[in-house]
Design a protein around this ligand. Structure first.
Ligand SMILES: NC(=O)c1ccc[n+]([C@@H]2O[C@H](COP(=O)([O-])OP(=O)(O)OC[C@H]3O[C@@H](n4cnc5c(N)ncnc54)[C@H](OP(=O)(O)O)[C@@H]3O)[C@@H](O)[C@H]2O)c1
Length: 255
């Protein structure tokens, strides 16, 4: 990982933040994005800089305006001379998902479309911009975060679940076409992980108890549970692995 560079969206909280630290610990330079948590982003930059001998920068990005990825990457180019890994991780919550997060009979096109924009469109534009840079150096690894809510019924999760299914399909299409550039594209799909996104569920405690009950490992997922798979997908150990989804769910999807 030394001398490599990761660009990850949504590095200020939950799973994205865990990725920032996991990759920095391995010596990888980090570019991450935030939406509103600028102070947190600056704290992370200072903390990573104090703990690890890597370059770490943050940029403001709104995944509801995916084309603005192009401007963010221009800023990235001023700070970094190459890109090796891209993880599409950021996700919207709160008002932006009204009509997209809830029971089936309350779903509305606007909320659903917002989730599509933030999940699929943002992956597409972010990965296109990443590809333009990775192909200059002979390749790289692209990952989309997904969730097992596209495999098993999860109350209120229809909007996210269907769009995670869509982004997993988009990943396979990207993998088929970017392989010739030396770029591998995969998905890491997590079961319920204890983050702010999950705490936003109205039935958070119920979901948590159900996950613990279902998992043969009898515990909830933590953000760090997903970092190993992403490190693996960004290493040469996975050099013939592309177009796949790695499911990390504590065994909850099967039961
Ligand atoms: N939590 C789970 O149970 C779970 C399970 C499997 C997969 N996942 C997936 O893993 C990824 C991360 O989830 P998480 O639970 O870590 O989420 P989270 O804790 O809610 O963090 C969301 C991140 O996205 C950023 N963000 C929010 N709105 C944005 C916007 N409009 N534009 C750009 N960035 C925005 C946030 O930045 P600010 O701090 O600046 O707002 C934050 O860094 C998502 O793709 C999610 O679907 C989650």
């Amino acid at each position: 990982m030394k001398g490599k560079t990761l660009f990850i969206s949504g590095g200020t909280r939950g799973i994205g933040k865990a990725m920032v630290y996991a990759f920095a610990k391995k010596g990888c330079n980090i570019a991450f994005t935030y939406a509103s948590s600028e102070d947190t982003a600056n704290e992370i930059i200072a903390d990573v800089g104090a703990k690890h001998d890597v370059k770490c920068r943050a940029y403001k990005l709104d995944i509801l305006e995916p084309l603005t990825y192009k401007d963010v990457y221009k800023k990235f180019d001023e700070d970094f001379d190459k890109l090796d890994f891209f993880i599409s991780n950021a996700i919207i919550s709160g008002r932006a998902v009204v009509g997209g997060f809830g029971p089936f009979m309350r779903l509305k096109p606007r909320g659903l479309n917002n989730i599509y924009t933030a999940t699929v469109d943002a992956f597409v534009v972010g990965a296109q911009e990443a590809t333009k840079r990775m192909e200059l150096t002979g390749g790289g690894s692209i990952i989309s975060m997904s969730s097992t809510g596209n495999l098993v019924y999860t109350p209120n999760y229809a909007g996210h679940g269907t769009n995670k299914a869509a982004v997993e399909a988009m990943v396979r299409y990207a993998a088929a076409e970017l392989g010739e550039k030396g770029i591998r594209v995969n998905t890491v799909s997590g079961g319920p992980i204890d983050t702010d996104a999950l705490k936003a569920f109205p039935n958070y405690e119920g979901v948590k108890n159900e996950v613990i009950r279902r998992s043969p490992l009898s515990r909830m997922g933590e953000p760090t549970d997903l970092t190993g798979a992403c490190l693996f997908l960004c290493s040469d150990e996975s050099s013939w692995l592309t177009g796949q989804t790695i499911v990390i769910d504590g065994g909850t999807t099967f039961q």
